[in-house]
Design a protein around this ligand. Structure first.
Ligand SMILES: CC(C)(COP(=O)(O)OP(=O)(O)OC[C@H]1O[C@@H](n2cnc3c(N)ncnc32)[C@H](O)[C@@H]1OP(=O)(O)O)[C@@H](O)C(=O)NCCC(=O)NCCS
Length: 220
């Protein structure tokens, strides 16, 4: 699908947050020319694999994985004192109402509150862009991610017992919440095509075309 991503609708970014170690961290929409910096964050990420939002192991696959994400999603990045990107979150449209979320924080900057604020920002971004629901899969063992998502308003989707859990954030519950602090407006307009996932474990590229992941679920 083609999603009408209009950057002029985004009023909540950029914004500044303070980490748990009192570092000022800036969250902003990724500009198209900053894709190389995002790839650099993922190439430096340890450990790397293609599971649950972690980057693929081989460099060339990792770079292509980032390129695919850039082409199919809308992206927020976090920067601390240095020029490098220390956190990334993205929304990947499934259809005009629903999207999938990815949140990843550089290992050296985890547990400082950045992932929580990235998640809050991307939820607001989803509201601003007119989505109704944000979906994610999370490993049951990923307790930190589950804690962050629950804290930010995601609820578990009832499913059969599995190592992987589905969570959904219903944005219609949040539309009356106060907006995040506003800073400068962001210009321009960039269309994003559709949700793409890369499966490195398959041995090569498997592109999963958009599917309605909510159609057969009992959404809470
Ligand atoms: C998951 C992730 C995005 C969270 O980002 P982060 O910046 O580390 O998270 P924050 O510092 O904002 O918050 C971490 C919270 O988890 C809590 N936490 C940490 N370890 C925990 C554990 N083992 N069990 C439960 N809660 C835990 C912290 O106390 C903190 O909660 P609090 O602020 O209410 O005290 C980040 O750790 C990450 O990138 N992980 C690897 C990629 C990943 O798994 N992404 C999610 C794929 S679904």
């Amino acid at each position: 699908m083609s999603f009408p991503y209009d950057r002029s609708k985004v009023r909540s970014l950029p914004r500044k947050i303070t980490s748990k170690t009192d570092q000022v961290v800036r969250l902003h929409l990724l500009d198209p020319h900053e894709g190389g910096q995002l790839a650099a964050m993922y190439l430096a990420y340890q450990p790397r694999n293609s599971f649950q939002g972690l980057p693929p192991i081989r460099d060339e696959v990792c770079i292509r994985w980032v390129d695919e994400m850039l082409a199919s999603g809308v992206h927020i990045v976090a920067r601390s004192t240095g020029p490098e990107i220390v956190g990334h979150c993205a929304l990947f449209p499934i259809n005009e109402q629903k999207c999938e979320i990815l949140v990843v924080v550089d290992p050296g900057h985890q547990n400082l509150g950045i992932g929580t604020e990235l998640t809050r920002s991307v939820i607001h971004l989803g509201c601003e862009l007119g989505f109704e629901k944000i979906w994610l899969p999370v490993m049951a063992t990923n307790l930190r991610a589950r804690h962050v998502y629950k804290k930010c308003g995601f609820e578990y989707v009832p499913t059969k017992p599995s190592k992987e859990l589905d969570m959904i954030c219903d944005l219609s519950n949040l539309r009356t919440e106060p907006a995040l602090p506003q800073h400068e407006a962001t210009p321009a307009s960039t269309p994003i095509p559709h949700f793409v996932t890369v499966n490195e474990a398959a041995g090569d590229w498997s592109i999963f075309q958009p599917v309605d992941l909510f159609g057969d679920k009992d959404v809470v």
